[in-house]
Ligand binder design. Structure first.
Ligand code: SF4
Length: 278
């Protein structure tokens, strides 16, 4: 099987930075998974003894805690500091920006609209920076706006970093029709655009497409959905163990891309495996 890699794929700047930070603090722990990739989390555990807390209550006084790329809610950060834990902030700067925008615009009495998944840790973190939490709204579709009553006559809007820009534009267009003042902040991350554009381009020319990444990663799921639009035989896998040789029967060219949390060593293992198919 012939393999062609997307012109952009894999680790983004924020993830590379977070991993470098985690590698430089042996015996530290992360608050929630550092990135959306279990294999890389296992590697950090095995090689650098990086632990994982899922509940703030379990953190001990002298712990070193690394804040993950997606950030954490404002109160969690405050509570961690109150515990005297050493806090190392590995939140991606592109996630810190929407947090600060929400804080500033909310203080200036703008209603806040977030385009994102309300259950996503990044969105929960960003939302927590709102001054008036009753007036921080989260939507996924333009139709979700119908149910919202903005408190103020002016709205500031931001997007989860991994969302599709086309959908954000639809939401912004709907928002403008019904509000006198709308401040739009494009907080969608370039790394996401670049990986998405490259995946779109490649999925047009291949017979089968493999997207590698965490199944919970919104970034990876989105790459998969983009590939599916052009190539029906697009599969989302976490590592080479998820590959099914049947997918490659009667196919000549396999395109491969990977989400922003997928390490190169996993991508290489998948490439080797796919290339070994006849
Ligand atoms: S995808 Fe963008 S926002 Fe998310 S961690 Fe990577 S660089 Fe940061």
């Amino acid at each position: 099987m012939k393999v062609k890699l997307a012109s952009n794929y894999g680790f983004c700047f924020g993830v590379k930075r977070a991993i470098k930070i985690a590698e430089s603090y042996e015996n530290a722990s992360t608050m929630g998974p550092l990135i959306h990739n279990q294999d890389e989390i296992n590697r950090l555990k095995n090689n650098f003894n990086v632990g994982l807390y899922t509940d703030l209550k379990d953190v001990k006084d002298d712990d070193t805690i690394i804040i993950r790329t997606h950030g954490i809610p404002k109160d969690d950060l405050k509570n961690l500091k109150a515990k005297n834990a050493k806090v190392i902030n590995a939140t991606c700067p592109f996630v810190t920006t929407p947090q600060q925008i929400v804080k500033k615009m909310s203080k200036e009495e703008y209603s806040i609209l977030i385009f994102g998944d309300s259950e996503h840790p990044e969105v929960k973190g960003v939302q927590s920076y709102g001054y008036d939490l009753d007036d921080v709204h989260i939507v996924l579709e333009p139709s979700d706006l119908e149910k919202i009553n903005f408190k103020y006559g002016k709205v500031a809007t931001i997007a989860q970093t991994t969302k599709k820009k086309e959908k954000y534009l639809e939401i912004v267009n709907t928002l403008i029709l019904k509000n006198k003042e709308v401040r739009v902040f494009n907080t969608i991350c370039d790394a996401t655009f670049e990986n998405q554009d490259a995946a779109r381009e490649l999925s047009v020319e291949v017979d089968v497409m493999v997207v590698i990444g965490g199944k919970k990663s919104s970034n990876t799921k989105q790459l998969h959905s983009i590939c599916k639009e052009n190539c029906e035989d697009s599969y989302l896998i976490e590592n080479e163990n998820d590959l099914d040789p049947k997918w490659f029967e009667n196919k000549k060219l396999c395109g491969i891309t990977a989400g922003a949390s997928t390490p190169d060593w996993i991508i290489q293992q998948v490439v080797n495996c796919v290339e070994s198919y006849n």
